[in-house]
Write a protein that binds this ligand. Structure first.
Ligand SMILES: *Cc1c(COP(=O)(O)O)cnc(C)c1O
Length: 368
């Protein structure tokens, strides 16, 4: 008798495809690692903050011990910086962990989760991992269609994911519209507002979703240290929700899900306003550099509020894959987004000026 291990819904999962590592591209294409430019994972081109390096150096001596399972010092720093009480904070192994903890603690097999077409790839993964039904709402102009998402909520819907700004499209929805959406959702349905790129927003478009948590027991706001804070390799993020949801997620959390180096680095990075400001500044500069050049090349792109730009590589259905391969051969790693249903498009992360220039020169030589 033939036999398959595990539930059908696990076998149906398409594993997450990350940005290609530099070493892998060097091996596959016979290139010198030092000449490869990786603009594929929305990492911070400035590297990790000096302040975080020093904090980790100091924390090395204690690595034989388990980390603080409750992240006392880091929660105190988050609490002070964002004006939230420590018992509303969940620390995660990346904000990815928060997205999964929310799903696993709230959604049963067979129940449904609502998210938008062209939104973050982890939402379908988290949904499928618990055998839940995905209700994927068609995007409007590459952005979340919040009215349609509210209407898509079913009696068995337990969770809604909203990314603002969104990845991979870079679209942004104004805070007042997000708040109106949250107010329109039934109280028993939880909304995860994923703000992995919020630090890049221009000051006039910022809004304080953490303050909304006090009025909305069904809201979880997630934040990441991987992008503007420059700590992607350490895997750390956090979620803010009222005590009931926080307590629920804490029950499923691995006891030591955030390692001690990550906690030490995050405390330093949170206080390093200069690094954050520099991240935003280099990002703005790179955005102008890349979008001006794309415009000159006659290429379509989606205006972005993150640290990346989604652009159309060509009209053919395999344009994304073809241009991606040609870029790889020239040592430029960007992100194909065929798995998001965008086979004509590519996503490029905004790098240092010289990295952006190398990407643009390679792209010009391929399509020009
Ligand atoms: C990068 C990203 C995250 C999470 O990254 P972590 O490294 O797990 O913190 C979450 N949501 C979106 C939309 C992202 O682009």
């Amino acid at each position: 008798m033939s036999h398959s291990f595990g539930p059908d819904y696990v076998r149906a999962i398409a594993p997450y495809q990350g940005g290609k590592p530099i070493a892998e591209v060097a091996r596959e294409f016979g290139l010198d690692e030092s000449k490869i430019v990786k603009l594929a994972s929305n990492e911070n081109p400035l590297g990790i903050p000096e302040s975080a390096q020093q904090a980790m150096q100091a924390a090395l001596a204690e690595l034989a011990r388990y980390p603080d399972s409750n992240g006392f010092d880091l929660k105190a720093t988050i609490s002070k910086k964002f004006n939230v009480t420590p018992d509303w904070i969940t620390l995660g192994n990346g904000s990815n962990d928060i997205l999964e903890l929310a799903t696993r603690s709230l959604v049963r097999t067979g129940e449904s989760v609502v998210y938008s077409e062209y939104s973050f790839a982890v939402y379908p993964l988290a949904t499928q991992a618990v055998g839940a039904k995905a209700i994927v709402v068609p995007a409007k102009n590459f952005s979340h269609d919040l009215d349609a998402m509210a209407k898509a909520v079913q009696p068995d819907t337990r969770l809604i994911f909203v990314a603002n700004p969104n990845n991979p499209t870079g679209t942004f929805i104004e805070g007042d519209q997000i708040l109106a959406f949250i107010r329109s959702i039934p109280k028993h349905v939880v909304i995860v507002l994923d703000e992995a790129y919020t630090e890049y927003l221009p000051p006039n478009q910022r809004y304080d979703a953490l303050a909304w948590v006090a009025q909305h027991p069904n809201l979880i706001v997630s934040r990441s240290f991987s992008k503007a804070y420059g700590l992607a390799g350490l895997r750390i993020g956090f979620g803010i929700a009222q005590a009931e949801l926080t307590d629920l997620m804490n029950r499923l959390r691995q006891p030591f899900n955030v390692n001690s180096l990550a906690q030490a680095a995050a405390i330093a990075a949170l206080q390093d306003e200069a690094f954050l400001a520099k991240s935003a500044q280099i990002n703005n500069q790179g955005y102008t550099q890349i979008t001006n050049a794309l415009t000159q090349m006659g290429l379509t792109f989606i205006p972005s509020f993150g640290n990346f730009v989604l652009f159309k590589a060509g009209e053919a259905n395999d344009a994304g894959a073809k241009v991606n391969l040609a870029l790889l051969k020239k040592g430029i790693i960007v992100r194909p987004v065929g798995n998001y249903g965008l086979p004509q498009w590519l996503r490029v992360s905004i790098g240092l000026p010289e990295e952006n220039a190398a990407f643009l020169a390679a792209l010009q030589s391929i399509i020009g």
